[in-house]
Design a protein around this ligand. Sequence first.
Ligand SMILES: Cc1cc2nc3c(=O)[nH]c(=O)nc-3n(C[C@H](O)[C@H](O)[C@H](O)COP(=O)(O)OP(=O)(O)OC[C@H]3O[C@@H](n4cnc5c(N)ncnc54)[C@H](O)[C@@H]3O)c2cc1C
Length: 452
Amino acid sequence: MQDIFNSGRGTPSPASHLPRIVIAGAGFGGLEVAKGLQKAPARIVVIDRHNYDLFQPLLYQVATAALSPADVAVPIRSLLHGRNTEILLDEVTAVDRAARTVATRDGRRIDFDILVLATGSLYNYFGHSEWGRFVPSLKTLDDAVAIRRSVLLAFEKAEGSDDAAERSALLTFVLVGAGPTGVELAGAIAELAKATLARDFRHIDPSAARIILVEAAPRILGVFPEKISRYAQSALKELGVEVMTGTAIEAVDARGVLAGGKRIEARNVIWCAGVEATPVGRWLQVPTKKNGTVEVEPDLTLPGHPEIFVIGDAAAARGRDGKPLPGLAAVAKQQGQYVAKAIRARLSGERRTRPFRYHDYGTMATIGRKAAVADFGRIQVTGFLGWLLWGGVHIYYLIGARNRTMVFLNWLWAWFTYGRGARLITGDDRALNPRLHAETPAEGRQSSLVQQ
Ligand SMILES: Cc1cc2nc3c(=O)[nH]c(=O)nc-3n(C[C@H](O)[C@H](O)[C@H](O)COP(=O)(O)OP(=O)(O)OC[C@H]3O[C@@H](n4cnc5c(N)ncnc54)[C@H](O)[C@@H]3O)c2cc1C
């Protein structure tokens, strides 16, 4: 093992005899591993392609202007102060299992004694990767800001258009996939249109916007019990969301979608459907499950490689009942804590570790600012009580006192005023949503605003 990164860009380690532990990805899982090793007798290298740790469960609130990007993300460097830890802003591109090295986009080759792969997942367009050009998904902070821009811009463009068909397409929002993200986004866009923006325009009625949630399965929130799905569907209906279940998306283009044989003209279509693992299987050159996850041993190591751990959304780990564990923040977090403990035990000479056990504390989703659903197994909570629980849990799990305070104050403000402080259109929208700039018969005409 070398003292410094092979590329020569690293800083010499003061304790080069110590084992090097490389953690790829500082999200829910990777960050827990790094935090748990801050005092360990080892050299820790954390690699992430972003300089921040992101709280993805509240990303939809950034996309709908309720929160600012900085409210849901924290710089990784501010979280890991251990003298044994180096943080690299870089992207893992390959792993050489035999040589025990990781290759990165910036050309580094980093040796490891122990490797933890915690790079999470990506959206999967069900074999239609070309749809990604027209249909953004919500995974990163950049995605959320781009969706916010595109949604807010649609109202501005509609205000300036005197073509009724174009206005209607601009004010139609299609969410594909009715899991928690689709349901939460649909509720939030409905509230944005029907409450926050309702009085802000002169030529359009934002509350007439159509928000359509399309789901291929027979019911929404398929991972929740049926009773909860029914409740969520009626809560969405109350917010004015149209729910189309049993409807698959068949085609997508720059001007709309074909859903269940029906054409919907919409300038904003957002993908909230399936995810697949980051290409850990390709890096490791091992077979993967259909969703790209890598099968791991009960102690979360790669079969035959006790020095490589795979955790979080990238791993195909199983619960006590033998069923695959879901792609949830809680799973990744608990796995990260478990791996940190297992590595600490190994460093102190212990040979055996107990298998990982996931403790399921329940699943939640919110519908607008007044209702949520929470499934704790035997107990299920819906409505405002569910929303209070949802809010409390999310504030508790947010990282950093600043973010907790900001989110709490923002919610309080929004609760009384329906205000959304982050309603800013920034950046070059042309690069981000070509739909909003597609050639239309209306283009080139004067807007009704100008004519007046
Ligand atoms: C919009 C949305 C809402 C969600 N809501 C909920 C919810 O309410 N409750 C819940 O339990 N779960 C929720 N989830 C799922 C949850 O966020 C994931 O299960 C969890 O983040 C998985 O943790 P992880 O550590 O595996 O990956 P992540 O937390 O995604 O972290 C992966 C890290 O790896 C980095 N990375 C990726 N590729 C590379 C690379 N090649 N090189 C270096 N770094 C890399 C990323 O930048 C990221 O920091 C949501 C997910 C999304 C997208």
